[in-house]
Write a protein that binds this ligand. Structure first.
Ligand SMILES: NC(=O)c1ccc[n+]([C@@H]2O[C@H](COP(=O)([O-])OP(=O)(O)OC[C@H]3O[C@@H](n4cnc5c(N)ncnc54)[C@H](O)[C@@H]3O)[C@@H](O)[C@H]2O)c1
Length: 353
């Protein structure tokens, strides 16, 4: 029996509803498998915690998390209590950076039973692999002078190590999928970092001869993701380009409430962190209206990362069967509650055994 110790941070708002829902689904999946189990340890680190303790997590929070196999996170942020830059940088971004979660993975797939805002889309199933630790989101730069002389400089940082790492992850993922990697570039406009990005891409692709490749400028690629998302398999992108593309990926699926994400420490020296794309949705929190599918799909990604891909695929099948049966929350046109959707998914899983 493989036993996985998982640190759980439900966070704020609907995180406290969708995280327990997804834990129930993962426990049901583990029961069905019979060879794995989860030991969940929940940490109350959120904006309420900040109001009591003046910090989003204790000083030894990172050291504590290090002892777990993975981290399962809901959403962080309650802007009426704590400013977003304090809550996000004090917990989410701190964990991503200090645990070297340098690759961010976000799939976008046309799910059975879910209506995309695109008109008559062909079935698409793509994954954006985004560099998560450097690039345009480096903290290098500054501001000087006042008034009309005021200026700001922000430097982007692209290391060969970080660029190669994210590209190798993208190729290895593509080898297990449809063997096609698209590189998001902008070497026609950004004259140092993007030609470097292209050069590293050309070097790395030589090690993956089974994969076909193409490079697109990010502006054209954004348009293609709307016009022909079915043409893509794995897309590898820098931090900023990947950030923008993944929101677009979530949007063409039909709701931010279904979009999952993983922050991976690919070297596996630290735990990775699995969290949905959506935030804490204060407008619907506490009402049982939250769509749990993003969090559950995030759980499927955690199963995949731990080597249980078949079980992960079963969870995705159960989600699609639930959607196809019309059991949906309000954000995607249904009338079902968080727990009705969760129970239907679990029933489906149990029926499959
Ligand atoms: N990764 C994170 O922890 C994360 C990500 C994004 C935003 N946030 C934080 O969350 C807070 C709220 O941010 P926001 O309102 O901009 O974004 P949000 O994603 O929380 O909500 C945007 C809209 O989508 C809806 N929505 C989101 N998830 C849903 C779900 N699962 N089911 C049904 N509807 C859903 C909400 O009701 C809202 O109308 C802020 O504090 C923000 O900083 C955190």
């Amino acid at each position: 029996m493989d036993k996985f110790e998982i640190a759980v941070i439900p966070g704020d708002g609907i995180g406290m509803e969708v995280v327990p829902a997804a834990m129930r689904v993962l426990d049901a999946a583990a029961d069905i498998h019979g060879g794995l189990s989860f030991e969940w340890t929940t940490f109350p680190w959120n904006c309420e915690y900040y109001l009591k303790h003046g910090t989003m997590m204790p000083d030894d929070g990172i050291a504590t998390l290090r002892g777990f196999h993975q981290i399962f996170l809901g959403a962080v942020g309650m802007p009426n209590l704590v400013p977003d830059h304090v809550s996000l940088w004090g917990l989410l971004i701190k964990i991503r950076r200090e645990m070297q979660q340098s690759v961010n993975v976000r799939p976008a797939k046309l799910l059975n039973g879910l209506t995309s805002p695109l008109r008559n889309p062909s079935a698409f199933d793509l994954v954006v692999v985004r560099e998560n630790s450097e690039g345009e989101y480096s903290d290098i730069g500054g501001r000087i002078h006042q008034g009309s002389d005021e200026m700001a400089i922000q430097s982007a940082v692209f290391t060969r190590k970080g660029t190669e790492r994210v590209m190798r992850y993208a190729f290895q993922l593509a080898e297990k999928r449809r063997k096609h990697v698209t590189s998001a570039t902008k070497s026609n406009g950004i004259s140092h970092s993007m030609p470097f990005w292209d050069e590293v891409f050309r070097d790395v692709l030589k090690d993956y001869p089974e994969c076909a490749t193409i490079s697109h400028h990010i502006d054209a690629l954004a348009a293609f993701l709307v016009m022909k998302p079915h043409a893509f398999d794995v897309i590898v992108a820098s931090n900023l380009f990947g950030d923008i593309l993944t929101d677009l990926g979530g949007a063409i699926m039909g709701s931010i409430g279904v979009a999952p994400a993983a922050n991976l420490n690919v070297e596996r020296t630290y735990p990775s962190m699995f969290e949905p794309v959506h935030g804490s949705a204060p407008d619907i929190a506490g009402k049982g209206l939250a769509n749990p599918l993003g969090q559950i799909w995030t759980g499927k990604m955690m199963l995949d990362f731990m080597g249980y891909e078949e079980l992960g695929n079963l969870v995705l099948d159960a989600m699609e069967a639930t959607l196809a049966a019309g059991v949906k929350t309000g954000d995607i046109g249904g009338v079902s509650s968080t727990s009705e959707v969760t129970n239907t998914i679990i029933d489906y899983l149990r029926r499959r055994t």
